[in-house]
Structure formats: C-alpha cells, structure tokens
Design a protein around this ligand. Structure first.
Ligand code: ZN
Length: 61
C-alpha cells in the first residue's frame, strides 16, 4: 500500500485525518501496521499491504 494514499484517505467515521503506525514498511510502501484516527480514536489494521477498513476498530471478533 503506497504511503501517498494517506493524502486521500480520511476517517470513515468522523472524516478526520488518519495517521499511520507502521510496523513494517519501506520508503514508499506500508506492509504491516494500522491506521489511527487521532480525532475519534478509531483504528484499522493494515495486513499484507492492504488496509482493512471493514473490521472497524481494534476489536474484530
Ligand atoms: Zn475518526
């Protein structure tokens, strides 16, 4: 997932800016980590370079 996608993504809940907390990345791409919305605290996992906005939040049970 290219880091530039951050410029066009916004929090689906509050439309706030998203921050990336990556655990595995190179100069241009994120492979593992999570998006975090600083405004409302929502977070989404990024796995294998693919952000999962469908799981909705830290708990995905
Ligand atoms: Zn938000």
């Amino acid at each position: 997932m290219n880091k530039e996608i951050l410029d066009i993504l916004a929090c689906p809940q509050c439309k706030g800016d998203l921050k990336i907390n990556s655990t595995k990345e190179n100069k241009t791409e994120i492979f593992e980590g999570q998006f975090i919305c600083e405004a409302c605290g929502l977070s989404f996992p990024i796995k294998n370079g693919i952000p999962n906005f469908l799981s909705g939040g830290p708990e995905n049970s």
